[in-house]
Write a protein that binds this ligand. Structure first.
Ligand SMILES: Nc1ncnc2c1ncn2[C@@H]1O[C@H](COP(=O)(O)OP(=O)(O)O)[C@@H](O)[C@H]1O
Ligand SMILES: O=C(O)[C@H](O)[C@@H](O)[C@H](O)[C@H](O)COP(=O)(O)O
Length: 227
């Protein structure tokens, strides 16, 4: 469901990059700017927060939506009932189950932009490259020729995922399915990252506060580089 979001921060002329696209964006030496001082160019931004269950997609996507004043879309809200029933029964989704869901998420992001949001943050496991490629096509359909699509991949060990999903209450996802998700997972590799330059990998083994700091630095850089 579409939700009302707070007013975006400030939009202005592009700012110079903080670092080059090839340089590591999540080094401890860098410091995230306070959101109130950020300047974001007047383009459409689609941020997709990805990774298996429990990696922190919802937590981090809400944080980013708040930080940049972007619209928030919870990907799990857009599964057809058949997918939810399957997952609740502990049966992993397959490619055929996922295509329409991915297209719907892409289109929901486009709707949010068409409705006036300057940016949108979407949670979506996007386990495989071909799933990320579906979302990448949003750029072709957006009315803004300079629209950007960027992925934030939250990298976690199996142990971290299992413990964080176990701590989560009232969700349809069965923790046993983390193993099937990990089997299906194609983390962004060097080729995808170098060619497309639209993926940030964030280590989420630290506390929520630490992860928020890393993600702020990475996404602030995206805004500066791609704006
Ligand atoms: N960095 C973190 N450290 C500890 N717990 C976290 C962290 N990030 C998220 N959590 C917790 O882990 C659980 C899963 O996070 P969530 O955002 O729902 O993940 P996802 O949307 O990827 O399934 C939640 O209970 C959340 O509060
Ligand atoms: O955070 C979670 O609970 C899961 O990541 C959940 O979002 C689910 O995994 C996907 O919605 C679809 O399932 P697949 O990841 O198998 O495509």
């Amino acid at each position: 469901m579409l939700q009302t979001q707070s007013t975006p921060l400030r939009y202005a002329a592009p700012t110079p990059p903080i670092s080059t696209p090839a340089s590591p964006s999540n080094t401890a030496a860098q410091i995230a700017q306070p959101a109130s001082t950020m300047t974001i160019a007047n383009h459409h931004h689609i941020l997709i927060v990805t990774g298996p269950a429990g990696c922190g997609k919802s937590t981090i996507a809400k944080y980013l939506a708040q930080r940049y004043g972007f619209y928030y879309i919870e990907g799990d809200d857009f599964h057809p009932p058949a997918n939810v029933e399957k997952m609740a029964a502990g049966i992993p989704l397959d490619d055929a189950d996922r295509w329409d869901w991915l297209i719907l998420l892409r289109d929901q992001a486009l709707v949010a932009l068409k409705n006036g949001s300057r940016g949108v943050v979407v949670t979506c496991s996007a386990l495989k490259k071909k799933y990320r490629d579906v979302i990448r096509t949003a750029r072709l359909y957006d009315e803004d020729p300079n629209a950007t699509v960027n992925f934030v991949y939250l990298k976690a060990s199996k142990e971290v995922l299992l413990s964080r999903v176990a701590a989560r209450q009232g969700h349809f996802f069965k923790d046993t399915m983390i193993l099937s998700q990990l089997a299906a997972l194609e983390p962004p590799d060097e080729d995808e990252m170098q060619r497309l330059r639209d993926v940030e990998v964030i280590d989420v083994s630290g506390s929520q506060e630490e992860v928020e700091k890393l993600v702020s630095i990475a996404v602030d850089n995206i805004m500066a580089i791609r704006s």
